[in-house]
Structure formats: structure tokens, C-alpha cells
Design a protein around this ligand. Structure first.
Ligand code: ATP
Length: 319
């Protein structure tokens, strides 16, 4: 029986080697790295030790095989990953400007990832599953992937499977207004909302993250977890219970994927029944390890690495 399943885009990602070099000039990219927000979360969950499975589509090309092989090697069930002969695996190119903010070039709307449809969601796959994790980024690719996510979430809720959701806003794929509408409409199907501070403020139309998170508690989720980059994370749950943990001090190399690794670690701790502060600290540590490495899926190889950073590492702001 699966602990956690997910669905969505499987991507080959290329990362600029030099900071401050954007996509409009000739310079080095490193990669391909296996990527795709929901794939990063599921692969990280498997490496932490959860039974994990994935539903998605790749092309019958070297990138597609690279991603499937990687998921398999890490223990993810890939029986429901389709290899499609008539499309090419999704692509992403990432560059950081001098301030560390990020620009993406995506080929997703015309890729294998766009071929995910509700017909690929077999409700039998949900039997005995404990968590379904959905990334909003999948929904922005097109109608097929969007309907597949909604079907998956509905089937999960019908069966008492916990739904975790990260909106993973992608302005390159969908306008903020459309993203906001989709987000607000999806919330009734969500148990655990995992969201970045920037996203919660943009989607709620300004204001502070805590105030916005509290507002969202009335719209479906039983817990709202807000990721704050170098400032760590906080969570609010029903009854306005507030918990926060500082980030770990690490050398930032490539922060892309940190949020998705955080999600995997949060799901891990939540399933173990840990206290919320312990879960946040664990997830901050797992994400911090990811930040130190090139490649979005290159986070912690196992739970011991995370526990070691929790023991030996320093949290910013904690003496
Ligand atoms: P992404 O979309 O790139 O996957 P995100 O925007 O969803 O990430 P962030 O808030 O940037 O999420 O990062 C997620 C978590 O990673 C943070 O809550 C924090 O624990 C950790 N983290 C991110 N950046 C750093 C950093 N520079 N140092 C330490 N921890 C970090």
C-alpha cells in the first residue's frame, strides 16, 4: 500500500551555472536534471522512506527515460507513468539574476506533460493510499492536466485520502488572476495547504502572510503551512494554533526545488504524527540540504542526512 502518490509534469531541467547570466546570452547550462514540482516531492518522499507512486507522461526520448530511471532507482512506483511516442518530454531552463530571483523558460504546454488526462487517473490506484499530493503547476499546463488533478483530488477525498496541495504559481504558464480563481476553487478539496509567503500574499491580494493564512483556514484546509525561504516556515491550524521554525544556515547554491523537498518532508512528519514544530524543523532541514546542491531533485538522499543537519546545523536566529 502506498503512503503517498502524486501526479503531473515530469521535466528535464537545465540550470545556468553562473549567477546573473540570463537566458538571452550564450553561456553554460548544467543538466539535464530530473524535475517537475510534483515529481520532486514524490522522489524526495521515497528517498525519506515512504512508499510512493506517480502518475504522469514522458516522451519516448532520452530525457523521459532519464527521469523514469531516476524515480525507479529512488523507489517510486512508476507503473502509471506513460511513455508517449508522439510528444517530447517537458523542458525547463532556470537562471538566477544577481539578486537571486529566478527566471524560467518552459516548454510544457506542447510537451508530454500536457498529455496527462483524467482517463489516466484510475481510482483503484487510490485504495489504501494515505496522502495525495497535488501541485498547482500541473494545473497551469492545460485542461487535460487540470481536469486530471481535480479528478484525483475528488477521488482522494471520496476515499478519505488526505490531500496536500502546493499552488506553485507559474506566471510563465498562467496569469495571476486565473491562478487565483483556480486556487480559491481548489481549496475545498485540500486538507494540507503548503504555500510560499510570496504566493499567499499575491493570491490573497496583499496583506501579511499570517493574516492571509488565517483567512484560508476557513476555506477548507485544516492546516496552512507557509514557506519563507531564508526565514524558515510557519503553520496555522484550526483554532488558530501558530507554530514557527527558523531556517538552517547553509550556503545557497540552487534553491529551485527547495519548496517541493520541504513538502515531502512535511508529509513525512505529518504521517508519522509528529508535533508541528518538529515537522517544520525537519522540513526546513530537508529543504536547506536541497538549497546547497545544483539540480531541483538533488535534496537529501535519506532521513539520516536530515536528522544530522537538525542535530549539528545552526538555525538562523536561534543561539
Ligand atoms: P521553490 O518554488 O523553489 O521550490 P518555494 O518558493 O516554494 O521554493 P521557499 O520558501 O523558497 O519555497 O523555500 C522552501 C524552504 O526551503 C524554506 O521554508 C526554508 O526552510 C528552505 N530554504 C529556502 N531557501 C533557503 C536558504 N537560503 N537557506 C536555508 N533554507 C532555505
Amino acid at each position: 500500500n502506498m503512503d503517498v502518490i502524486s501526479l503531473g509534469e515530469l521535466i528535464a531541467e537545465f540550470v545556468r551555472v553562473h549567477r546573473g547570466v540570463m537566458h538571452d546570452v550564450a553561456d553554460l547550462y548544467m543538466g539535464p536534471f530530473p524535475s517537475g514540482a510534483p515529481a520532486i516531492t514524490i522522489d524526495s518522499a521515497a528517498r525519506l522512506g515512504l512508499n510512493a507512486g506517480f502518475i504522469g507522461v514522458v516522451g519516448n526520448d532520452d530525457f523521459g527515460h532519464m527521469i523514469i530511471n531516476r524515480l525507479r532507482r529512488d523507489g517510486v512506483d512508476t507503473l502509471r507513468v506513460i511513455i508517449d511516442n508522439d510528444s517530447i518530454t517537458g523542458l525547463a531552463f532556470v537562471a538566477y539574476d544577481q539578486s537571486g530571483s529566478r527566471r524560467f523558460v518552459f516548454n510544457l504546454k506542447w510537451s508530454s506533460s500536457a498529455k496527462l488526462t483524467p482517463s489516466l487517473i484510475n481510482p483503484d490506484y487510490f485504495t489504501g493510499v494515505r496522502v495525495l499530493h497535488v501541485s498547482g503547476s500541473t494545473m497551469y499546463i492545460g485542461k487535460g492536466p487540470r481536469d486530471a488533478c481535480i479528478k484525483a483530488m475528488s477521488e482522494a477525498r471520496r476515499r478519505g485520502v488526505l490531500v496536500s496541495y502546493d499552488p506553485n504559481v507559474r506566471v510563465e504558464l498562467m496569469s495571476i488572476n486565473d491562478t487565483r480563481e483556480l486556487f480559491l476553487n481548489s481549496l475545498r478539496l485540500v486538507n494540507v495547504l503548503l504555500i510560499s509567503e510570496e504566493e499567499v500574499n499575491v493570491l490573497m491580494g496583499g496583506g501579511g502572510a499570517l493574516e492571509n493564512a488565517i483567512k484560508l483556514l476557513n476555506k477548507g484546509p485544516e492546516i496552512i503551512v507557509v514557506k519563507r525561504g531564508v526565514n524558515g516556515s510557519f503553520a496555522v491550524s484550526r483554532g488558530n494554533q501558530y507554530h514557527e521554525e527558523y531556517a538552517f544556515e547553509v550556503n545557497e547554491v540552487d534553491p529551485t526545488g527547495a519548496g517541493d523537498v520541504f513538502n515531502a518532508a512535511f508529509i513525512y512528519g505529518y504521517l508519522k504524527g509528529w508535533g508541528i514544530n518538529q515537522i517544520l524543523k525537519f522540513a526546513n532541514a530537508a529543504a536547506a540540504i536541497k538549497v546547497t546542491r545544483m539540480g531541483p531533485m538533488e535534496g537529501p538522499g535519506g532521513i539520516n542526512e536530515v536528522l544530522e543537519l537538525m542535530r549539528k546545523g545552526k538555525q538562523r536566529g536561534v543561539k
